[in-house]
Design a protein around this ligand. Sequence first.
Ligand SMILES: *Cc1c(COP(=O)(O)O)cnc(C)c1O
Length: 471
Amino acid sequence: MRYLSTRGHADRKQFCEILLEGLAPDGGLYLPEHYPQVDAAMLTKWRGLSYADLAFEVLSLYIDDIPAADLKAICAKTYTEEVFGSREIVPLKKLEDGLYLEALSNGPTLAFKDMAMQLLGNLFEYELARRGEELNILGATSGDTGSAAEYAMRGKHGVRVFMLSPQGRMSPFQQAQMFSLQDENIHNIAVEGVFDDCQDIVKAVSNDLDFKRQYKIGTVNSINWARLMAQVVYYFAGYFQATTSNAEKVSFTVPSGNFGNVCAGHVARSMGLPIAKLVVATNENDVLDEFFRTGVYRVRGSADTHETSSPSMDISKASNFERFVFDLLGRDGQKTKALFHDQLASQGRFDLSADAAFASAAQRYGFVSGKSVHADRLATIRDTWQRFAAMIDTHTADGVKVAREQLEAGVPMIVLETALPIKFAATIEEALGQSPTRPAKFEGLEALPKRVKLLPADVALIKRYIAENVH
Ligand SMILES: *Cc1c(COP(=O)(O)O)cnc(C)c1O
């Protein structure tokens, strides 16, 4: 399998080449040259597999530069009951007939990003050792991504993490999760500023190419193909749990921000997994809902980007969306480049409403969308608790709200549960008048000793800190 750029660059790369890279040289995102197809015989064979073995089968279709035995060992080491809390890894929970939750958030940081990031940690360690190289991951986080990255990379050889977060802006639980890590290769940096300051610093450091090369700076953001590929696996696992034969179809509803999670659903569907609809659920930051309703993709300014009670979906643009648009436009790299490079830069929007491809987005690709706001989240959390005794988090609530608008008789609807309620306690208390349940292993988390460096929002000082801690 070779990988190409969504913006038409002529290079073709192997998996391990793009594993440690971010964007393609022309600013595009990497995608496989084609989507391998699964047939009925393969689905039948895969139906009975453990999650780790299923992951190995799916990944093998995309990776041919890691020996099979090594890849199998990496999958087996990643997807264990010990790390993810159950034998199924992503157990399906029935709410009522035809409506299910797929639990993706029982990993170390209680959010679905662990599903991919845990694999990424093991792939990075493997590939860096093979090359005899080191990597220093620099990132900015307002919550889930940073902690998932730290828990994936802690104690790994050849990798250090420098994670910037806006001081005092994360939920107390999220902050305690990150700052309580005592591993030597994990560096928490609390920046005196807001999330945008953190992101600007990461950009400034990454744009200093000499510094980047000298200190081997890399990232783990959601545009990494390996993360997306890892997420494809749980669409298969959810399908197998909700059906008994490969003649059945299911739909998925996905709480969405950067379009990473649901893009993996698009890949699974493109491989031939019998998915009827892919339902994109957004919060007040409805960039994606607007596109699927109108054909207009409009990036928001910071004044137009809302802070909501499902904060992991608070985005101004959807960084993985370019991958779907590339497929939608018949994989035309020049056209994709004209939209994402030229039009977005000059106008901040593009309009596909008159394009025949857009008219077929629902028909050919199964995409529909919906939006949920704070009042919807409260009502949905309350309703789900009262009727099914299931406590769901704010992001999953956005999913359940929108899923209910898209139910079809005879097609099971699977809502991806993207986090556990304990991470967003304040809104749960607002909805239910009681504190969320806390998994036993997180008792006393906030009281643990903290390891964090407080620094001003100053690029030079952050660079100096990195330089002093790379040896
Ligand atoms: C990251 C995240 C999302 C959004 O996922 P995307 O891949 O960015 O669409 C939704 N819910 C939770 C809890 C998250 O952490």
